[in-house]
Write a protein that binds this ligand. Structure first.
Ligand code: HEC
Length: 156
């Protein structure tokens, strides 16, 4: 290569580099703008957010879900009802994954026949798609038993 060719090549490289650099910068700026829109959405009201993050279970197509979210009067019902509402209802309110549905006697009858101790143990240790302690290892045995008791009280 003679000197002239070399310098042309050199200048060419610099120009190419500048063009690529410019393009990348434009792309990055655009991405930043998009990013800003994503992290700062037009202000959402708490209701909107609540609707968005609504548990999938409520959209489950099937029989109308039993309303379990009624306000809990603290001393009248106790912890079991609360555990059911906060943890177990996620599946049992709708009978998701063929779990026995809250308040539906037909679902519970064959299970009750197994005896309360079996129900307690299966709720604590899990069975098939039923996760141990409803997927909440922080619940004590008594919490889970109270929840089972409450579930059974709904079908009495
Ligand atoms: C992730 C969904 C899910 C959650 C959360 C869940 N369950 Fe279940 N549960 C199931 C399914 C599914 C079954 C049916 C299991 C089977 O018999 O195959 C079941 C069955 C049961 C049974 C009947 C067991 C038997 O021996 O027949 C009891 C009792 C029970 N669950 C209690 C609870 C309690 C109490 C909680 C909350 C602490 C809870 N479940 C949370 C899905 C769930």
């Amino acid at each position: 290569m003679d000197t002239q060719k070399t310098s042309k090549f050199f200048v060419g490289s610099i120009i190419t580099f500048l063009i690529i650099f410019g393009l990348v910068k434009i792309i990055l700026n655009t991405m930043q703008d998009i990013g800003k829109n994503v992290v700062a959405p037009a202000s959402m009201s708490e209701d909107d957010i609540a609707t968005r993050i609504n548990p999938v279970a409520q959209a489950y197509i099937g029989e109308a879900p039993v309303v379990v979210a009624a306000p809990i009067e603290e001393d009248s019902v106790g912890g079991g009802a609360q555990v059911v509402t906060q943890v177990c209802a996620m599946c049992h309110a709708t009978g998701m994954m063929s779990s026995p549905k809250l308040g539906k006697a037909k679902d519970w009858a064959p299970r009750i026949e197994q005896g309360i101790e079996t129900l307690y143990q299966n709720a604590i240790n899990g069975i098939n798609m039923m996760p141990a302690r409803g997927g909440r290892p922080d619940l004590s045995d008594d919490d889970v038993k109270a929840a089972v008791d409450h579930m059974l009280s709904l079908v009495k």
